[in-house]
Design a protein around this ligand. Structure first.
Ligand code: TEU
Length: 568
């Protein structure tokens, strides 16, 4: 493994600092809390920690509204705390990937304050953002915000609108302005001087807006045009990322991952090409959009269960399309997605553990860099909130008001059910460390309620149980570090598996070895026979025994053998 590709053999652990560990008992996670838990992350076998934004913020959108890119959110600590976290992580052999949020800033950022204060032509900050005159006394186009409402806000003083694809407190930066790009590159190089190990790049596929900012198609029942579709993979995005690569990225041996809303496999080949001219890899969103609402105006708000047929088809497409051309990230959940075991598995008392392990193995034996979201290694579940007042996320709360009270597309009960299934708060409840008050996250009332199953689902109990989900993830990570076939093997489905509605079965092949993964996606026994050679090694399984021709509910097994004959 040559040094510059170390990130292909690595596993990333995502820490959402606000919910990870509180050390000063204000009910909010902080950097010292993370420092105190580095040994836990190291024990799991992790290589890289991705920190969600820790910068000074207006705190409208979980830190994704940055008011100073080069200072630390005082609620999380200060720059010396960060340097201590970075140094201690490095001492443990852990790398730190930061979150880069430069499609937009906070409205409280100095740049925006200067931009809005003076609309005269000699104010060069005016063009740091996207200002337009009204059209027929209305917004310049029909784009809607990801967080409900229009994507434009009117400024009385200047008589112009400014663009915000997200909240009105998150004005979009004008990437067509070279001065903006260079200011961002300077900031990135400043963080490089601190010794960080890379960046996750927030909505980086949206930074280049379409020329002329044309209206977007308005889907049936929708109030606005889809700005995400209008802006994704824009006319200059690859030019700007190549410039970032030349000015910043290629100077450092970093991991870089683009969060690329709207990315396709062909676009991913550009963003994550193996020539290293842009980024190492991207997060695609197709597999986490398959269970969206059939009414497109409702988008992700649904409680639909994705079928194995659809999920497998999409994952296989990405495995095969990028093979040899680009690099995949592999994830089930993050701070924006609900908990994997509740969404793709079965979070009942009976099946939570085996289905969490099945999902883990199914993903971690694929080609790409796996991302584990805090608590996923414990099988943490969705929050199951019953009242709107329990939610904190503006996306969820705004969607409730728009869809139930303004557009009248849903009744309250249906929307509350959809929030329980899809709200981002599902993954933001405090990390469940032990069965003491507030799950050991804090001695104070946490900013968001702890999931009420913390007394049975927590790190302390997992660490005491040799057959826990934690140790299953630890084993998967150890296998990735010791079996090159997991990094390099050619992916293919077992012959005929594309038609199997219950079992996902695939192989990885490399230098005379075959890795076989078989996973039952259902809650019942299924009868399957595979021609597994007698000399095969059972690498991992989520049941204590094996019944040769039977895969029990959510059973997963991975075999390794010296043979490349076709598995049927
Ligand atoms: O999310 C980008 C994005 O597309 C979100 O709309 C996300 O896909 C959606 O909320 C899923 O329901 C990034 C960050 O991950 C998110 O936390 C921020 O709120 C958003 O950008 C704005 O910075």
């Amino acid at each position: 493994m040559t040094k510059e590709l170390w990130w292909q053999n690595s596993v990333v652990y995502q820490v959402y600092p606000k919910s990870f560990q509180d050390s000063d008992n204000d009910g909010i996670g902080d950097l010292r809390g993370i420092i105190n838990r580095l040994d836990y992350i190291k024990k799991l076998g992790i290589d890289i920690i991705w920190l969600n934004p820790i910068y000074k913020t207006s705190n409208i959108d979980g830190g994704y509204d940055i008011s100073d890119y080069q200072s630390i959110n005082p609620t999380f600590g200060n720059m010396s705390d960060f340097q201590e976290l970075l140094d201690k992580a490095h001492q443990l052999g852990l790398k730190i990937m930061m979150d880069l949020v430069v499609n937009h800033s906070s409205f409280e950022h100095e740049w925006f304050q200067k931009s809005i204060a003076d609309y005269s032509k000699n104010n060069h900050y005016r063009d740091y953002y996207i200002w337009r005159d009204p059209v027929d006394n209305h917004e310049p186009n029909n784009w809607g915000s990801f967080f409900s409402g229009p994507a434009w806000t009117y400024d009385e003083d200047s008589g112009q609108y400014y663009l915000h694809l997200f909240a009105k407190e998150q004005p979009d930066l004008n990437w067509d302005n070279q001065e903006v790009r260079h200011s961002i590159f300077d900031m990135m190089n400043w963080w490089a001087s601190k010794g960080i190990d890379g960046f996750r790049m927030d909505v980086i596929s949206l930074i280049s807006k379409p020329t002329g900012l044309p209206n977007a198609p308005v889907e049936e029942d929708s109030l606005y045009g889809n700005a995400g579709d209008a802006c994704a993979n824009g006319p200059h995005v690859h030019e700007y990322l190549r410039e970032m690569n030349e000015q910043v990225l290629q100077k450092h041996d970093w991991i870089t991952v683009g969060e690329t809303a709207g990315v396709t496999t062909s676009e991913a080949e550009k963003y994550a090409n193996l020539n290293g001219t842009e980024l190492n890899m991207v997060f695609q969103f197709e597999h986490v959009s398959l269970d969206g609402n059939s009414n497109s105006a409702l988008g992700k708000w649904s409680d639909k269960k994705v079928s194995l047929m659809d999920l497998r088809e999409n994952l296989v497409k990405w495995q095969k399309a990028l093979a040899g051309k680009a690099w995949n990230s592999l994830y089930w959940n993050n701070h924006d997605q609900p908990r994997a075991v509740s969404r793709f598995g079965n979070d009942s008392v009976e099946y939570r553990e085996v289905s969490a392990k099945m999902l883990a193995a199914l993903l971690h034996f694929m080609q790409g860099t796996p991302y584990i979201y805090q608590g996923e290694e414990l099988g943490m579940t969705n929050a199951n909130f019953q009242k709107l007042s329990q939610y904190s996320d503006l996306e969820s709360i705004n969607a409730y008001h728009e869809l139930v009270e303004q557009a009248h597309l849903l009744n309250s009960d249906d929307m509350m059910r959809y929030l329980r299934a899809r709200s981002r708060d599902n993954s933001r409840t405090p990390m469940q460390w032990d069965n003491t008050n507030h799950a050991g996250f804090s001695d104070a009332e946490p900013w968001l309620a702890v999931n009420n199953n913390y007394q049975s689902i927590n790190a302390a109990s997992e660490l005491k149980n040799p057959n826990s989900i934690f140790y299953f993830y630890q084993k998967l990570i150890e296998l990735r570090h010791t079996k090159p076939i997991i990094t390099h093997g050619i992916f293919d489905l077992v012959e005929g598996n594309e038609n199997d509605e219950e079992v996902f079965a695939y192989t990885r092949k490399s230098e005379g070895e075959t890795l076989l993964v078989v996973a039952n996606f259902t809650s019942h026994d299924v009868n399957r026979q595979y021609n597994i050679p007698t000399n095969s090694e059972l690498l991992i399984q989520n049941y204590k025994s094996i019944q040769d021709d039977i895969l029990r509910p959510y059973e997963v097994r991975a075999y390794l053998f010296l043979d490349t004959s076709k598995i049927t």
